[in-house]
Write a protein that binds this ligand. Structure first.
Ligand code: ADP
Ligand code: MG
Ligand code: ZN
Length: 628
C-alpha cells in the first residue's frame, strides 16, 4: 500500500463521492461515529460490571470454606467461574451484611458441603457470558469487517458493493489529447518508422481493412531502461490523437488476488468502447514473466491470474475494432512464451541505445529551452557519453542547469556539462571523502600508468581525461579514453592492448612502490573478462582454435546473472585457463616494459596529476611528447 490515509480512495474524485445519492450509505461508509459509540457503550458496560464485582470483597476459597463450615453464609450464587454471595457477618463500615466473591476450586463435594451446612444457593451460568460473547466475538469480527471494508474501498473503489472486490467498479482512466508527439522523441528513427504504420491504422482503421491489411494485435517495445519506450508509446497516441489507456505491470503486484485480472478485463471493456485507442502495458515483465517459476523467482498467484486474463483478452478481440495493444519491457527474454505467440505480442520493436548522432539529437532536444553558453559543444558531450540512454542524457542536461545555478553562471557552460557528465556517470563527486596523501600519491601513479601505457600503444583510443578525484563508492580515480568513431568491431590486437592498458595501473604501482594495492581489482577483473571472451567466445587463441567454449545462458537482459554451461572436457578447461592466464600475463609484461622504459614520464604525469587532480587529453599528450 502506498497511501496510508484511510479517507481517500485512489482514482476517485471526492466531489463525485459527495454528490452520490445517499442510498443506504450507512453500510457503505466506515462509520466512525457508530463505531466509537459501540466501543464506548461496551466498555462502560464492562467497567460497570467490573466495579460491581469489586464492591464485593474477594476472599480466598479456603476462607469461603471456613465460612461455610461456620455457617456464616446467608446466600450464595454459584457460576462456573465464581461464587458470589452474602455473609451473615455485618460489615462495620457499611453496617450491612458483608458481600464476597471467590474463585472456586472445582470441587464436586461443594454442593453436599453447602447442603449439610444449610446454605441457600443458586447455580447460574456465568453472568459474564454477554461480555465474553461481545468481546471475544462481536468486537473482533466487527473490527475485522470494518477494516476489510476500508481495504476493499482503497483497493479499487469497490465501495458500492464491497463484497465484490474488484467487480466492475474499477476505474480506469484514459488519457486523451496527449500532447506528446514524435517531435519529443529524438533519434530512434527505425522504431519510429515501424510505429508510423500503427499510427496510420489508428487514424483510419477502415482504410487498412479495405485494403485487406491486418494489423498486428500486440506490439512489444523492447530495450534498455530509459531508452524512451514509455515516451514513444505516448507519442504514438499523441500522433494518432486517440485515447491512451495505460497500466503498469508493477501495479498489479500489490493487489488482492483477483483484482489484477479484473482490471485487465475492465481495461479491455473500456478500450473497446473508446476504440480506436491504445492500450499500453508498461513493464510487461512484471506480470508476463514465465509462469511456474516458483515463488523465489517471483512466481505469484496474482500475477499468474493477471497474465492468464491478459492472454484471454488478447485472443478474444479482433484488430478491426481499432484497439492496439502496446507493451514495453526491458527484459523480453523472461517473458512467458505464450505472450509472444502469434496473435498476441507477435511484433517486437527494438528501441536501441542511442548512437552518437542520436545522442546529439536528444541533447539538443533537452537543451532547447536552456540558456547555453557559446563554449558548449554538445558534440563533445555526445562523444563523451557512449552507452548513455535518453533518460541519462536528459539527466545530464538537467544536472548541468542545476550546476550552473549553483555556481551563479548566467548561462550553462561547458564546465557545467562536464561536471554533470561526471556526476551522472559515477555518482556525485566525493570531494569530502578525502584520500590521505599516501593513497592519493598511489592513485596518481596508478592512473598515470594507465595513461602512459595507452599513449604508447598504436591502437589505443585517445585519452580524454585522467582524474584522481574520488567518485562514487568504487572508483578512486579514472582514465577516460574516447573512441574517435563509434566502433562495432574489435581486432585481436586491440583487445590485447586493452588488457595491457588495464594492467598499466597495477604495473606502475609495482614499479614505483614495489607493491600492489587493492585499487587494481576492477582492472584485473575487466582484463580477465576480455581475455576470457577472447579465448572462449571469439576464437582468438591459437592453441584452442576458432571454436567457442561454453554456452552462455543469459538469464537477464542487462544484468550479469549469466550462467555458463560447460560443454568441454577437463583437459580443455585447463587449456582455457592457461590461455587466459597467458594473455593477461603478456599484457602485464608489456605494460611493465613500457613503464620502466619511460619512468621519467610516469613521474612527471603523476606529479602533475597530484597538483591538478585532473588532466585533459591535451595535457597528457604534451607531457608524453615533451616530457614537460
Ligand atoms: P523507458 O520507458 O524506456 O524506460 P522512458 O520513456 O521512461 O524510458 O524515458 C525516460 C525519459 O528519458 C523520457 O521521459 C525522456 O525525457 C527521456 N528520453 C528517453 N529517450 C528519449 C529520446 N529518444 N528522445 C528524447 N528524450 C528521451
Ligand atoms: Mg518505461
Ligand atoms: Zn586502474
Amino acid at each position: 500500500m502506498k497511501k496510508t490515509n484511510f479517507n481517500t480512495s485512489p482514482g476517485k474524485k471526492p466531489n463525485i463521492e459527495l454528490n452520490k445519492p445517499d442510498d443506504s450509505k450507512f453500510w457503505q461508509q466506515p462509520n466512525f461515529t457508530l463505531l466509537a459509540y459501540l466501543i464506548f457503550i461496551l466498555s462502560s458496560f464492562y467497567l460497570w460490571h467490573g466495579i460491581a464485582e469489586t464492591r464485593q470483597q474477594e476472599i480466598p476459597y479456603s476462607e469461603f470454606l471456613t465460612h461455610v463450615d461456620n455457617q456464616e453464609i446467608a446466600e450464595a450464587v454459584i457460576t462456573e467461574k465464581t461464587i458470589t454471595g452474602t455473609l451473615t457477618i455485618i460489615d462495620e463500615k457499611t453496617k450491612k451484611p458483608r458481600q464476597f466473591f471467590t474463585v472456586p476450586l472445582w470441587d464436586n463435594d461443594l454442593a453436599r458441603n453447602l447442603e449439610q451446612n444449610g446454605v441457600t444457593y443458586k447455580v447460574r451460568q456465568s453472568s459474564k457470558w454477554l461480555t465474553t460473547f461481545l468481546f471475544s466475538w462481536i468486537i473482533p469480527f466487527g473490527l475485522l469487517f470494518w477494516f476489510w471494508h476500508i481495504m476493499a474501498q482503497k483497493m479499487g473503489g469497490a465501495g458500492k458493493n464491497f463484497l465484490n472486490i474488484g467487480g466492475n467498479r474499477i476505474h480506469i482512466h484514459a488519457e486523451s489529447d496527449l500532447n506528446v508527439t514524435f517531435d519529443d522523441v529524438a533519434g530512434a528513427e527505425e522504431a519510429k518508422l515501424e510505429l508510423k504504420e500503427i499510427i496510420e491504422f489508428l487514424k483510419q482503421p477502415e482504410r487498412i481493412k479495405s485494403l485487406g491489411g491486418r494489423m498486428p494485435k500486440g506490439i512489444l517495445l523492447t530495450g534498455a531502461p530509459g531508452t524512451g519506450k514509455t515516451l514513444m508509446a505516448r507519442a504514438v497516441a499523441g500522433e494518432a490523437k486517440v485515447p491512451f489507456f495505460s497500466i503498469s505491470g508493477s501495479e498489479f503486484i500489490e493487489m488482492f488476488v483477483g483484482v489484477g485480472a479484473a482490471r485487465v478485463r475492465e481495461l479491455f471493456v473500456q478500450a473497446r468502447q473508446k476504440a480506436p485507442c491504445i492500450i499500453f502495458i508498461d513493464e510487461l515483465d512484471a506480470i508476463g514473466g514465465s509462469r511456474g517459476m516458483g515463488p523465489a523467482l517471483g512466481g505469484h498467484d496474482e500475477r499468474e491470474q493477471t497474465l492468464n486474463q491478459l492472454l484471454t483478452e488478447m485472443d478474444g478481440f479482433d484488430t478491426s475494432t481499432g484497439v492496439v495493444v502496446l507493451a514495453a519491457t526491458n527484459r523480453p527474454e523472461i517473458l512467458d512464451k505464450a505472450l509472444l505467440r502469434s496473435g498476441r505480442f507477435d511484433r517486437q520493436i527494438i528501441v536501441d541505445k542511442p548512437d552518437l548522432l542520436d545522442r546529439l539529437a536528444i541533447l539538443k532536444l533537452h537543451t532547447k529551452e536552456m540558456k547555453i553558453a557559446d563554449d558548449v559543444d554538445l558534440n563533445v558531450v555526445a562523444q563523451r557519453t557512449p552507452g548513455f540512454v535518453g533518460a541519462d542524457l536528459e539527466n545530464i542536461a538537467n544536472e548541468a542547469a542545476i550546476g550552473a545555478v549553483r555556481e551563479n553562471h548566467q548561462k550553462i557552460t561547458m564546465d557545467d556539462f562536464e561536471k554533470a557528465i561526471d556526476r551522472v556517470m559515477a555518482g556525485p563527486e566525493k570531494k569530502h571523502r578525502a584520500m590521505n596523501d599516501n593513497e592519493k600519491n598511489r592513485v596518481a601513479f596508478h592512473e598515470s600508468g594507465h595513461a602512459l601505457v595507452a599513449k604508447n600503444l598504436p591502437t589505443a583510443e585517445p585519452i580524454h581525461k585522467v582524474s584522481i578525484i574520488p567518485r562514487g563508492v568504487a572508483a578512486l580515480g579514472y582514465t577516460l579514453q574516447l573512441p574517435v568513431t563509434e566502433k562495432f568491431l574489435s581486432t585481436k590486437q586491440e583487445m590485447k592492448e586493452q588488457i595491457t592498458i588495464l594492467l598499466g595501473g597495477r604495473s606502475a604501482e609495482e614499479i614505483v612502490f614495489h607493491d600492489v594495492s587493492s585499487g587494481a581489482q576492477n582492472d584485473l577483473e575487466r582484463a580477465t573478462e576480455i581475455a576470457h571472451s577472447m579465448v572462449c567466445q571469439l576464437g582468438m587463441s591459437e592453441r584452442l582454435g576458432p571454436l567457442t567454449y561454453g554456452k552462455q545462458q543469459r538469464l537477464m537482459y542487462l544484468d550479469v546473472a549469466a550462467r555458463e554451461e560447460r560443454n568441454f572436457s577437463e583437459e580443455t578447461a585447463r587449456l582455457i585457463d592457461e590461455e587466459i592466464k597467458n594473455l593477461v600475463e603478456e599484457g602485464h609484461q608489456q605494460a611493465m616494459e613500457i613503464i620502466s622504459s619511460k619512468r621519467n614520464i610516469l613521474d612527471k604525469l603523476a606529479s602533475r596529476l597530484l597538483e591538478k587532480e585532473v588532466l585533459s587529453g591535451e595535457e597528457v599528450e604534451q607531457i608524453v611528447k615533451t616530457g614537460e
